[in-house]
Design a protein around this ligand. Sequence first.
Ligand SMILES: NC(=O)c1ccc[n+]([C@@H]2O[C@H](COP(=O)([O-])OP(=O)(O)OC[C@H]3O[C@@H](n4cnc5c(N)ncnc54)[C@H](OP(=O)(O)O)[C@@H]3O)[C@@H](O)[C@H]2O)c1
Length: 204
Amino acid sequence: MKIAIIGTGNVGKAIGEALRSKGYEVAYGSRNPQSASMPQGVRVTSQAEAAKDSDVIILAVPYLALKETIHAVGKDNFKDKVVIDATNVMDKNMKWALGFKTSGAEELSKELKHAKVVKAFNTVFSQHMGSGNVNGEQLDLLIASDHDDAKTAVREIGEKLGFNVVDAGPLESARLLEALGMLNIHLGYVQKVPFEGIKLVRKA
Ligand SMILES: NC(=O)c1ccc[n+]([C@@H]2O[C@H](COP(=O)([O-])OP(=O)(O)OC[C@H]3O[C@@H](n4cnc5c(N)ncnc54)[C@H](OP(=O)(O)O)[C@@H]3O)[C@@H](O)[C@H]2O)c1
């Protein structure tokens, strides 16, 4: 499975380097491939180049940059691919940028009609994306998509990284995951509640 990571920030590096350590072929796509600061030996290309031959594309860019990112990658490069939308739907002031009647992931899916969009990773802090684990406790990775085969691919990725993967249902559930992501940020960065991640309590 070839994976393109679009965006070389906290999320891109955390997922990308963990996946590389698990043996995945990872291609990083950046707006400025020459100046991206990456570990030695990592190849960074343009966003379109990285996406072109990949099976899975992870969008690890700011929500407000999605439009320009789609344009730079090129819609054709998304065709028939699994597209993981890791964005949190917030504006520059860290406020929620959408309502409950849709989600960033559903809007993305409308833009990329021939791609298989999966909402995932937005409810996890980047520092735990590489391990799926905090202090020995396994975190949950909540995923939502209308495509079962795409969910299977993302489940494999999530489990390889160390998460307990939870199927949250169709892409419409991204409305709930995006709200949960915002709650995460609010608790961690605004209220400064000392917590590190989401874990569901299971039935006996
Ligand atoms: N940080 C977290 O804990 C966390 C957790 C869950 C979800 N998320 C979400 O994941 C996404 C990435 O978060 P992050 O923390 O990795 O952010 P970040 O450190 O700011 O990195 C974002 C990357 O996106 C790329 N990018 C493309 N267009 C951009 C633009 N117009 N402005 C700025 N950067 C642009 C840049 O890479 P190039 O310069 O190489 O193009 C940049 O390094 C966001 O949507 C965020 O809400 C973050």
